[in-house]
Design a protein around this ligand. Structure first.
Ligand code: UDP
Length: 236
């Protein structure tokens, strides 16, 4: 059995927090995620988390409403802050020491993002939640996850989704779609597999940072993947 990873960057999509709801946060899903992070933290794992905002607001939907791209993206970034504070609260209820670091300064509710401070928090055993994406419009939280993973020296980006890995086609639409166990970055980009946006994948490729795409809806999968069990699809 592999000993697993020591320092990881966990990417949770906003949608994953919705559970079966059509909007917002399902408290049971949040509680389960927090419970798994708590277990890992108690095992001494160092965990950075980037959360998306798609359960509240996406830049693209704002554009459709006539909002300009940059403003819509800032609205999207703010929605990641909502999720970050909710996760912090769930973790703290379980006694897990947590800090939210925001890429957009909001000192009343989160620390500003400072790389060295993030690393220090991790060394002290605090779970670090990175809010507000990269702080820049025209990016996604997947890219924020890749960027923060590199900045904190994480060994891997763990992308938690609603499917159990990367498929040759959409498994919900195509019954013959097969799951890849392992792929290269080049294959993901070339085949245009919809797993992470190309910016995030290229950033990981240029810096040799492995990505694991795995199913969040399965109980205990976060714990299992951090402990080194081979789940989902490995991209490297
Ligand atoms: N966003 C952005 N810059 C970033 C990260 C996010 O502009 O660095 C905006 C973008 O509009 C995006 C929204 O925030 O649609 C929510 O993030 P994302 O769609 O990545 O969330 P997820 O799909 O993971 O829930």
């Amino acid at each position: 059995m592999k000993e697993g990873y020591r320092r990881v960057l966990l990417k949770l999509s906003g949608e994953a927090l919705m559970g079966d709801l059509s909007f917002g946060i399902d408290p049971d899903v949040m509680d389960r995620i927090a419970g798994e992070v708590q277990e890992l933290s108690q095992l001494g794992k160092e965990i950075g988390i980037v959360i998306g905002g798609g359960n509240f607001f996406r830049g693209l939907s704002g554009i459709q409403q006539g909002i300009d791209r940059a403003s819509a993206d800032y609205m999207g970034m703010l929605s990641t802050v909502l999720n970050s504070l909710a996760l912090q609260s769930s973790l703290e209820r379980k006694g897990v020491s947590t800090r939210v670091l925001s890429a957009i300064e909001m000192r009343a509710l989160a620390e500003p993002y400072i790389r060295r401070r993030a690393v220090r928090h991790l060394e002290k055993g605090r779970v670090v939640i990175f809010a507000a994406g990269t702080g820049n419009p025209y990016f996604t939280t997947d890219t924020a996850a890749a960027l923060r993973a590199m900045e904190i020296g994480a060994e891997v980006v763990l992308k938690a989704t609603k499917v159990d890995g990367i498929y040759s086609d959409d498994p919900k639409k195509n019954k013959n779609a097969t799951r890849y166990v392992q792929l290269t970055y080049g294959e993901v980009l070339e085949k245009r597999l919809k797993v992470m946006d190309a910016t995030a994948v290229s950033l990981c490729m240029d810096n040799n940072l492995p990505i694991i795409v795995f199913d969040l809806t399965e109980d205990r999968n976060i714990v299992r993947v951090v402990q080194g069990e081979e789940l989902g699809t490995l991209v490297r």
